[in-house]
Design a protein around this ligand. Structure first.
Ligand code: FAD
Length: 420
């Protein structure tokens, strides 16, 4: 393998994991991040869940009708702001066309393989790094308040088992025995023993520290604004700091990837899916495992290393607008108190609300791989709700692509050229 200089745009979890595995493969690495060393990104305040249980793509059968119903409730976890935008209409149309049983059957085995491989990467990194990012491997609970939701989750559990992802349907009593320290008002749950969780800020900080220690070059406060192209080759990235040259370039700019790729010969349909999280510094009770409050679509993550409990949710398709909607945050708080009976809305008063923009592709799969019209330009973006989960395997696959090796998992379905 020839050692190359690889320039990566974006210092979120996907860009950093790409840098980490590329460095380990023997390449030199440059990371350009428009924020500073303490910048915020979607990779920091998320729910920190690593979820083989999420094998069904976001563009799944039933999502379109769910979205249309949820749109009209200001506290609901899902919203699309109607806008006169060609990109939004095009994205919506592609989403609808992808949300079919046939597409799901094609996608699910790949999401399973990616998740399980990434989970193994996290376990290996926890061993190597002394688990300084608080990896907890105890599984997750899909908590249901209604029999109807439990029936749907049980059907999903059956599909998971058929795919080789263990899932167990539990009664309320069995849930209480699994989580003895937390009072829950639920009718039952599905338990996914292979899911795990971690503290995302610690993981990102750990990656950054190790990359710096191992010689990666960070250019902070450096925004990529364009590209110098000659024929099939990118000659340099045009940045707020001048022109920067490398042998290979990777766009890992999350929800901003289409902006960064503007002017290039590629169509990357993508919408930002805004979500919020609130972290309780001194929670009344701390569950053992992470959970999804199914009807409310809220994720709950205990972070025992820091003694905190995080609640995260909502998917608002409102462009790159990063403002906070108090009504939707209220929806998260109400759900938390409805499922965990010891908690009250008072517990959340004055807690800061974090927001992040998920990069959402219309078919529920990320864009990972080389761009067809260039010899030295790749994309790693569009992981939607799975960017943390799939960060390490994306990094490892990208390192293989950049080294000219055959990727360990067939990434044909992730081809960034798939929409033209
Ligand atoms: C509420 C919430 C909960 C979530 N929970 C989970 C979870 O439990 N598990 C999970 O797997 N995922 C979860 N996610 C999704 C996950 O956070 C994202 O998929 C992931 O963080 C995306 O990472 P990224 O590196 O692609 O993008 P980002 O983290 O957004 O990083 C992109 C970076 O690119 C930089 N950038 C942008 N434009 C430029 C430019 N022109 N020049 C230079 N730099 C630029 C940005 O500043 C940013 O730092 C959650 C998301 C939300 C909102």
């Amino acid at each position: 393998m020839v050692a190359k200089t690889i320039l990566i745009v974006g210092g979120g979890v996907v860009g950093l994991c790409t840098a980490y595995y590329a460095l380990r493969a023997g390449h030199r690495v440059i990371i350009l991040e428009r924020g500073g060393p303490d910048h915020d990104s979607c990779s920091l305040g998320n729910a920190g869940m690593i979820v083989p249980s999420h094998f069904a793509p976001l563009a799944a059968p039933g999502m379109v009708s769910y979205g249309l119903r949820a749109m009209w409730n200001p506290e609901s976890p899902f919203y699309i702001r109607p806008r006169l935008s060609r990109e939004l209409v095009d994205w919506g149309w592609k989403f609808i066309r992808s949300a079919t049983p046939a597409k799901a059957a094609q996608t699910e085995p790949l999401l399973r393989d990616l998740s399980l491989a990434s989970r193994q990467c996290f376990a290996d990194l926890a061993r190597e790094w002394g688990n300084d990012f608080g990896l907890v491997q105890k599984g997750s609970l899909m908590l249901c308040k209604t029999e109807h939701a439990l029936r749907d989750e049980a059907a999903l559990a059956e599909r998971a088992n058929r795919l080789g992802i263990p899932a167990h349907v539990l009664t309320a009593g069995q849930v209480a025995r699994l989580e003895p320290n937390v009072a829950m008002d639920v009718v039952g749950a599905v338990y996914f023993p292979q899911d795990c969780h971690l503290i995302p800020q610690r993981f990102v900080a750990g990656l950054t520290r190790r990359l710096q220690a191992e010689g990666a070059q960070f250019f902070w406060h450096t925004e990529v604004r364009g590209w110098c192209i000659r024929g099939r080759r990118v000659e340099c990235a045009c940045t707020s700091d001048g022109e920067l040259e490398a042998d290979e370039y990777v766009i890992a700019g999350g929800a901003w990837a289409p902006q960064i790729a503007r002017g290039l010969k590629v169509r990357l349909p993508m919408q930002a899916g805004k979500g919020y999280s609130i972290t309780l510094a001194q929670p009344r009770q701390l569950p053992e495992m992470c959970a999804i409050l199914v009807e409310a679509r809220v994720a709950v993550t205990p972070m025992p290393l820091d003694g905190v409990l995080r609640f995260g949710g909502t998917m608002e398709i409102t462009g790159l607008d990063e403002s906070i909607s108090p009504a939707r945050v209220r929806g998260i708080v109400k759900a938390a108190c409805a499922y965990y009976s010891a908690f009250s809305e008072e517990d959340f008063r004055d807690r800061p609300v974090w927001r992040g923009l998920r990069p959402v592709s219309p078919d529920g799969l990320p864009y990972v791989g080389r761009l067809r019209h260039y010899d030295n330009l790749s994309i790693a973006a569009g992981h939607a709700m799975l960017g943390l989960s799939l960060g390490p395997i994306t990094g490892r696959l990208m390192a293989q692509v950049l080294s000219g090796a055959r990727p360990e998992i067939d990434i044909g379905l992730l081809d960034p050229n798939r929409f033209g």
